[in-house]
Design a protein around this ligand. Structure first.
Ligand code: ADP
Ligand code: MG
Length: 339
């Protein structure tokens, strides 16, 4: 009898692996925007056609790539962000798996332009089905532009699973909002089918919250700030009257990474206690910073779930910090009155 096991060709292995990282246009938006942030950009432009189904392009003014790096970046497990397993526990960048661009190149037609500040010419590369189709020097500004066209053109089963443009756009705006919220000192724009939906000038976190969540928060934010040797928390929570019946404006970032945590959400809810009706949800945008050795971000490919080394300390700290901020805010009217 003959043997039965074959190694899958690279492009098929990449397509399969891509399913974990790139489920829909919004996942590609997240990966490309995070790469632009990691590259040290001060301005990041997201350009879409058909809610990302035909085009997702991210243009940044970050560090750019050399000719060799521009080819290498499409290889699986190719990353400039970690070199050893030890680095994984000191991670300060958004990326580190070296999987996003390999995945994207497996399921879309990709055109990359990049130039580093000191280089005379930039590099242009076209990739399709994980294969480089074209490479040539090009005049281009310092930074990187990655355009991915016709997502899942070669995986019809997955393309058929995409939702309506309106639904895909909602997912994209969610991801865009999370990244933009986390980096208020970076300018971001979002354009779909030629229509500019966001133009977020660089500024403070408070300005960014107002740009993204609405002007009504202007006088309704309570600052949260506590520091200890173990961790820091900063950001804003909404005054109790801004609590809504639907969970919506709630953002937790750990070392600048957006995370979902029912556990930490509970800590904030607890801090509000009697201040809001039991069936309503407070607004919060909170940044937790702690030593990267105290968090494991490598639990899930999209990195939205993380594990804390000591969950109970984080819970108690978040609850106390929010409670403290709310208590200070609620005594202020009395002080005003006495003045
Ligand atoms: P990761 O971000 O996990 O390292 P990616 O596949 O997203 O993996 O990217 C691979 C590498 O390509 C990055 O480590 C980085 O060196 C380079 N790269 C990707 N996007 C950009 C960009 N916008 N500007 C500069 N370098 C980039
Ligand atoms: Mg990346």
């Amino acid at each position: 009898m003959t043997d039965k096991i074959f190694l899958l060709p690279d492009n098929i292995a990449n397509q399969i692996a891509a399913g974990e990282v790139i489920q829909r246009p919004a996942s590609a938006v997240k990966e490309l925007m995070e790469n632009a942030v990691d590259a040290g950009s001060t301005a990041i432009h997201l350009i879409l056609a058909d809610a990302g189904k035909s085009l997702i392009q991210v243009i940044d003014n970050g560090g750019g790539m050399s000719e060799t790096d521009a080819r290498m970046c499409f290889e699986r497990h190719a990353t400039s962000k970690i070199k050893s397993i030890d680095d994984l526990f000191h991670i300060r960048t958004m990326g580190f798996r070296g999987e996003a661009l390999a995945s994207i190149a497996a399921v879309a037609q990709v055109e990359l332009k990049s130039k580093r500040a000191g280089d005379e010419a930039g590099v242009y590369i076209e990739v399709e089905n994980s294969v480089v189709k074209k490479q040539e020097p090009i005049a281009t500004p310092t930074g990187t532009s990655i355009a991915m066209k016709n997502l899942f053109f070669n995986v019809p089963a997955r393309r058929n699973f995409l939702k309506s443009n309106a639904a895909e756009m909602r997912h994209i705006v969610d991801e865009f909002t999370r990244v933009a919220m986390s980096f208020p000192h970076i300018l971001f724009t979002l354009t779909n089918n030629g229509q500019q939906l966001f133009h977020l000038e660089a500024g403070s976190l408070k300005q960014r919250i107002i740009q993204l969540l609405g002007n009504n928060y202007n006088t309704k934010l309570v600052a949260v700030k506590e520091e200890t040797d173990y961790m820091n928390i900063s950001g804003f929570v909404g005054k109790p009257e801004t609590a809504k019946k639907t969970r919506g404006d709630q953002y937790f970032f750990v070392n600048n990474r957006f995370i979902k945590s029912g556990y930490l959400n509970h800590a904030v809810m607890n801090a509000y206690q009697e201040m809001i009706p039991g069936d309503s949800f407070p607004m919060y945008v909170l940044f937790i910073d702690l030593d990267p050795t105290q968090v494991d971000v490598n639990v899930h490919p999209t990195k939205q779930e993380i594990k804390f080394e000591d969950e109970r300390i984080v819970y108690a700290f978040v609850q106390a910090a929010v409670k403290h901020a709310l208590a200070q805010f609620s005594v202020t009217p009395t002080l005003d009155f006495e003045l």
